[in-house]
Design a protein around this ligand. Sequence first.
Ligand code: BES
Ligand code: MN
Ligand code: ZN
Length: 487
Amino acid sequence: MKVRAFEGDIRSSDTRVSAVMVFEGDTKTVSRLGRGVASRVRRILETLDFKGKEGQIERITLPGQRFEVVYLVGLGDRKKADPDTFRRSAGLLVKRLKKDKVERAVLVSPRVENPLVSQALAEGLILGSYSFDRYRSRKEESFEVKEVEVLGGVEEAVRKGTILAEAQNYVRDLVNEPGNVINPVTLAEEAQRLAGELGLECRIYDEKEIQEMGMLALWSVGKGSATPPRFIHLTYKPGGRPGDRIAVVGKGLTFDSGGLNIKPDSYMRTMKMDKSGACAVLGIMRVVATLKPNVEVHGIIGAAENMPSGSAYRPDDIIRAKNGKYIEIDNTDAEGRVTLADALSYACELKPSRIIDLATLTGACMVALGEYTAGLFTNDPEFGEEIKKIARRTGERVWELPMDDEQLRKKIKKGPADVVNSGGRYGGAITAAMFLEEFVEDGIKWVHLDIAGPAWAREDYGYHHKGGTGFGVRTCAEYILSLDGGR
Ligand code: BES
Ligand code: MN
Ligand code: ZN
């Protein structure tokens, strides 16, 4: 779908369908439809139970008029509105347009002159129009909305929102691909293809090179699978002297069966999504390569499939990670942190000023925060605040959890090795983050996002669709862009 900023008079638009966003109890924006249409809409409105509450959509038909169909879209309380209010409402609108088989519409919205609103509208429309239908043989059932014109929209902001949302949809596509299609080898091939398309440097390490480089933690997790692990390193270098160097690291379990500590059936379902962090990294690299900020960005992925077999790693195994620390395996289902041990060690060797990792790391994080909010952990409070501030704008919910409980930390410091890969049930998201911290060099600012909940939607909501959400792409990409003035 295309979103276009539309300059000038609404009467010069040739679409026959319009949509108007309105705050609760305030139908002022209706007048922007032009005098004739507006007065008719107002008259009909008096007979309807439409209050403009968020989530409310009303369809009005005006036979013979300039606009044959007008959608009224509620934004809720104007005092509570933020960019995500517009993003969510645009998402709901486009879902409705699709259902009603509307190909083209012009959209009228309050505050559209604010670039953040224009951008959010574009994002909501493109995210809301997403569908994953590659595997539906009967294509005639799917309908696509072709174009929405945003009246008075800020062109640059619409363009930025389009790039961000299309990258997020790309990530959703990858996450939704099942484990028989995307495995460590094909994920690496996709990274290579993307790098070629975007002009990024791309280095793939196979299972032999992974061992030679001392990444025995990643290798161990991958060795139970018929498909070997891969290590992926993408690099974006700006034209001039880079202002900063950042690494983004993604957990890339293309399927997590639990390994020898095998998951029960209902828990194993959806574990194709355990590569969401890795896919988000690819999406972030796509944005960066397109908008070209003056920041050097490294995208790093340890890709593996966690399977039970005669060659699988076991509970009790003791493994040496790339940074020399020894890991004792308590539970083979706590595999993400083991792969990230090597990925983070590798990232630190690049000497970035900051690292962000994205990982569907723990069920415990979902128990703590619910499935719509990511856990944020950091070794640098200021860096954490910067990410939180950006996340409020992108509507990607994050909430910080503490890392200063030294009594709790002892749970991963037990046993014969330097660290053990599971700290037990209580504080499971925190002990997982503390485990990761063992592999981040002192002096490097680091934020860990546990996206186990929000990476996957169990039902449709707002601009999301059942399945992969592409969570984290916009927040991380916007953060990187903000280092170069927003772009
Ligand atoms: N990939 C899972 C975490 C997960 C659970 C992601 C549900 C998304 C939805 C991770 O590898 C895992 O299995 N974690 C275990 C850790 C435990 C064995 C210490 C968990 O959370 O139960
Ligand atoms: Mn697991
Ligand atoms: Zn996992």
